[in-house]
Design a protein around this ligand. Structure first.
Ligand SMILES: [Zn+2]
Length: 331
């Protein structure tokens, strides 16, 4: 039903893709593509889980042992040079995002409280800023109009090299992009098997993100004002806040088959991060953080708050650690 996409009872869907033919000259790394999905919906049964989680495909070579998964985390590399000017994919120049030209015309009619295009674009930047506002080395940069957003064409053999901007934001219906069928949005990210330069100035073990694509379902229903909340309709800001967690390399913090990491057994306090070796002191946790925006099954419509939890922020600091806050500002 085109006008009432109901987004309830979602499950994480993903696929992993490895290239078997290495036809490009330069890098010899193997590659991986990961797809993540998001749906905002009514609350379902709570599961005892907690901490934060990275993608389940990041196993550090030990699929049956989650305890070392953090050594395989995917991050944006803190490389100098921007994509728009230098064609370097990473944190240099900010995380550069491009919104498709059709985004507003397709989505605005789907809002209960239709915003102007400027308001919609502003809400995107403001949502990104909620993740980065207290972080000295992360920022989002709107490069719409300078780089055309693009999903990897189905025929390319190496989608992980990155297409479009670092972050592409599109509005597509399920006929145009089947992954969004039944969901409010779908985010996929791509990365290389290459140790990234950390925001702490050290090479960190794991993988380097090259691009992320956020596809909003243009047949779904949205609202910006939480007071307009109705069943089956998406709080656009909260949806994007969640998708942004995937852009950084986070997975749902309530997945039964993934590892949740915390620095202690209290899921509501701050996660302590060793800025030099961010995986140190983090252990698998069995306690849940009901406030995490990455906690898919426990969202309560009554708590539609544009806030990140302590675990969300701890996860960000694990992925993007900083040891010297004042001097580290990007610009
Ligand atoms: Zn999700």
């Amino acid at each position: 039903m085109k006008n009432s996409v109901i987004l309830i009872g979602s499950r994480l869907k993903r696929y992993q893709q490895r290239n078997t033919v290495c036809q490009l000259a330069a890098p010899l790394w193997p590659w991986v593509a990961v797809t993540l999905v998001m749906a905002i919906a009514a609350v379902t049964t709570a599961q005892p889980v907690g901490g934060f989680a990275i993608d389940a495909s990041l196993t550090n070579g030990t699929p049956s042992d989650s305890s070392d998964d953090l050594l395989d985390a995917a991050r944006w590399s803190d490389s100098p040079g921007s994509y728009v000017d230098d064609r370097v994919r990473g944190l240099g120049g900010g995380l550069e995002y491009s919104i498709s030209p059709e985004f507003c015309s397709r989505l605005i009619p789907r809002f209960i409280d239709p915003p102007s295009c400027d308001e919609l674009r502003l809400s995107i930047q403001q949502t990104f800023d909620l993740w980065t506002q207290d972080h000295p080395k992360l920022k989002f940069e709107d490069v719409s109009g300078r780089v055309a957003p693009a999903l990897p064409p189905s025929w390319v053999g190496d989608p992980w090299r990155g297409f479009g901007a670092e972050i592409d934001i599109l509005a597509l219906n399920p006929n145009q992009y089947a992954n969004v069928s039944g969901y409010g949005a779908w985010t996929q990210f791509w990365y290389l098997y290459a140790d990234p330069m950390g925001t702490n100035g050290r090479v960190l073990p794991g993988n380097s993100l090259t691009s992320a694509d956020i596809v909003i379902n243009s047949w779904a229903c949205f609202y910006l004002d939480p007071a307009m909340a109705v069943d089956g309709c998406n709080n656009f800001g909260l949806l994007l806040l969640h998708e942004t967690g995937h852009v950084f390399g986070l997975d749902h913090s309530n997945r039964a088959d993934n590892g949740y990491f915390d620095s202690d057994s209290d899921s509501l306090n701050a996660i302590l991060i060793d800025c030099e070796s961010p995986h140190k002191g983090l252990e698998l946790s069995q306690f849940f953080d009901p406030r995490s925006v990455m906690n898919l099954d426990q969202w309560d419509p009554e708590q539609d708050k544009m806030e990140l939890s302590a675990d969300d922020l701890g996860a960000l600091r694990f992925l993007y650690p900083v040891c010297s806050e004042p001097e580290a500002l990007l610009e």
